[in-house]
Design a protein around this ligand. Sequence first.
Ligand code: SD4
Length: 353
Amino acid sequence: MARSYPSIILSTLLLFLPLLTGVEAEAKKFPVVVSTWPFIEAVRAAWRAVDNGSSAVDAVVEGCSACEQLRCDGTVGPGGSPNEKGETMLDALVMDGVTMEVGAVAAMRYVKDGIRAARLVMKHSQHTLLAGEGASAFAISMGLPGPMNLSSPESVNKWSDWKENRCQPNFRKNVVPANDCGPYKPIDVSREVLTEYSCEMGTAEYRLPLVGPHSHDTISMAVIDKMGHIAVGTSTNGATFKIPGRVGDGPIAGSSAYADDEVGGCGATGDGDIMMRFLPCYQVVESMRQGMKPEKAAKDAVSRIARKFPDFVGAVVAVDKNGSHAGACHGWTFQYSVQSPDMDDVQVFTVLP
Ligand code: SD4
């Protein structure tokens, strides 16, 4: 039976519609770079890479590396956040949303290139996370410069002022110091003992506000490349005056960042000691997998933490596989930066708590 003209036109259209929609979506929305905070030069660096055809992983490394070199806000890369001993240590992670491979370094000493070290772990080992001096030795053996001192005049000054202030505030709790700055001895947390050891004696019941409303730190970045593949990365020098050996959320996949090509990606910033207990970025990506839009997924992940820790400070930024993005925060005003094909330059979005 001969087919009518309208039915021929309709079936031809149906044949081409998915293809046209796909091409259109890709041409409009990819590549995309999303980063925590107004780390504009970092986003530009990632954008340059991905716009020139780099993979999402390479662009994430370029972007985070630019932030390390610029020492964004003094809290990414070398020269910031001295620990109790005055030393700077780095946490970093990179994740490929295609293969679900992760490379990360934690409390890394003597090597300034955190994100490049993380990528070396991913590329040249079967491990996911290397820590401390092992991470430094591996990074140097794979060609990164080092060993070197990661302190700066600013970090040394900050540390000296803190020492002069009897090492207060600090991250210890339920301890009593032999002297102002330790060594510390654990004490029973029962009420009687707490009244016995007053604050004057240095019992550290005080919790150091890691990040205040005016200080932001940690770059966490997601990139969707021209092929639509997603990667994420994080780089930070962590919490100021942390106990040596402390590892934050930065190198923990699912906490500071997470990506799955099938769904999207996420980056986080804030009080990592709290946030890493909730794997907020894993939560965001899994919520988007279940059908939540980025905004709802981001808000949901943050509210899960806030319900248990109403005083925590933190934020997440979510991007789905189509390039739609949204942020959510608690305890501070959050900003994140985006560059996509419809923008001439990086745009900064502000999210209120
Ligand atoms: C950490 N999450 O080491 C980092 C610090 C941070 O905004 O992101 N501050 O806990």
